[in-house]
Design a protein around this ligand. Structure first.
Ligand SMILES: NC(=O)C1=CN([C@@H]2O[C@H](COP(=O)(O)OP(=O)(O)OC[C@H]3O[C@@H](n4cnc5c(N)ncnc54)[C@H](O)[C@@H]3O)[C@@H](O)[C@H]2O)C=CC1
Ligand SMILES: O=C(CO)COP(=O)(O)O
Length: 335
């Protein structure tokens, strides 16, 4: 089976960029925008001026704010709304999903309150069989993808045939999807790297240099692997594109919203003011608390995630956090 028609739910930066990926791979794409005026503007200008203003969208991308029109005959339904909004959003979509459509999650977060990964939220909210679900992750900053800069990603699914189907639906000369069956690993890596990027951004905002940032990235990877493995992930996933690949892109790029929020906090801004000035989703700000809760439940130490929670949720100053991390008890690196 091949997918011919896709619906992308959410016309933010990643939903818009991914609709272009699917169109370049040869699919007919419906891009659903929550605001009818945005759908109209995209149709009229062939651009999404709110999120990717300089990018011309291919003719195969059709914007709409009508759920039924968006879903008609969809082979793939790609979910590109923020993690904390997904369950509520799906309540509206679930009864209208085409019976055989494959659902694809793009969100990189962990649900607050439940600790659910996005695949778990989707399965619970829609009741679809796990074989109909896939997750896309990797170093895929929306702007660079939309500019068609060459990049690779990972499509993870419980069923390898589903991973192949979705990979075929997004493959192009400039987007190379690899496949995986480690859904848990890809999701934990994708959500946790946003939190590590907040810490790295804060270090940058404090004026610290590359040694400090590389140290946080590397130790951040160590705690991500510990958490992922405790939750059943394959450790090899974390040295792949969804792991180290995305960690590097998000922690180092000024395009990353999480990195930018971290820089703002390091420079002394408040969470509210920094997030508001960016005006887009920075998943680490909310998911840091749910990731910490998951880690505590699993009995895993995640000191950098813990520090980010102290900074974001408890308003602690980043300088104190650096100090606390540096004063931790010495131990073997691999512990
Ligand atoms: N932007 C990027 O470079 C990448 C983002 N992601 C992930 O994709 C997910 C979406 O992020 P972005 O598109 O970047 O965020 P964004 O902030 O650019 O756009 C979010 C979109 O979701 C819509 N939305 C918000 N609440 C909604 C609701 N209750 N119901 C329906 N739609 C709603 C907004 O109107 C907006 O169109 C996040 O989990 C993010 O971590 C993953 C890879 C790359
Ligand atoms: O997930 C991303 C890149 O792979 C996007 O990161 P930000 O959400 O921090 O912009």
């Amino acid at each position: 089976m091949i997918a011919e028609r896709a619906t992308v739910v959410g016309a933010g930066s990643w939903g818009t960029a991914f609709s272009l990926v699917l169109a370049d791979a040869g699919l007919d794409v419906r891009l659903w925008a929550r605001r009818p005026e945005l759908a109209t503007r995209i149709t009229e200008t062939r651009r999404n001026g709110d999120y990717l203003p300089e990018i011309d969208l291919p003719d195969e991308v059709h914007a709409t704010a009508d759920v039924d029109e968006a879903l008609e005959e969809a082979d793939l339904v790609v979910l590109a709304i923020p993690a904390q909004k997904l369950r509520a959003g799906l309540a509206e979509w679930a009864p209208r999903l085409p019976e055989r459509a494959t659902l694809v999650s793009l969100a990189k977060g962990i649900e607050l309150g439940t600790g659910c990964r996005m695949s778990e939220v989707i399965l619970q909210a829609t009741g679809v069989a796990p074989e109909r679900l896939a997750v896309v992750s990797g170093p895929n900053l929306a702007r660079e993808i939309a500019e068609r800069q060459p990049a690779a990603g990972v499509v993870a699914a419980f069923d390898p045939d589903t991973a192949d189907l979705v990979a075929a639906a997004c493959a192009s000369p400039w987007f190379r999807p690899y496949t995986s069956t480690d859904v848990t690993g890809c999701e934990i890596a994708g959500a946790t790297k946003n939190v590590i990027a907040l810490a790295v951004g804060a270090a940058e905002g404090l004026g610290l240099g590359d040694n400090s940032k590389a140290s946080v990235i590397t130790r951040g990877l160590a705690e991500t692997v510990r958490l992922g493995v405790a939750l059943g992930a394959d450790p090899a996933t974390f040295s792949g594109l969804a792991g180290v690949g995305d960690l590097i892109a998000t922690c180092m790029s000024p395009l990353s919203r999480n990195h930018r929020v971290g820089v703002g906090l390091g420079r002394g801004g408040t969470v509210e003011s920094v997030v508001a000035s960016i005006g887009q989703t920075a998943e680490g700000v909310t998911s840091c608390e749910s990731i910490l809760a998951l880690a505590r439940e699993a009995g895993v130490e995640v000191p950098i995630v813990e520090s980010v929670v102290a900074m974001v949720a408890d308003g602690q100053r980043p300088e104190l956090i650096v100090d606390a991390l540096m004063r931790r008890q010495r131990k073997p690196e691999k512990a």
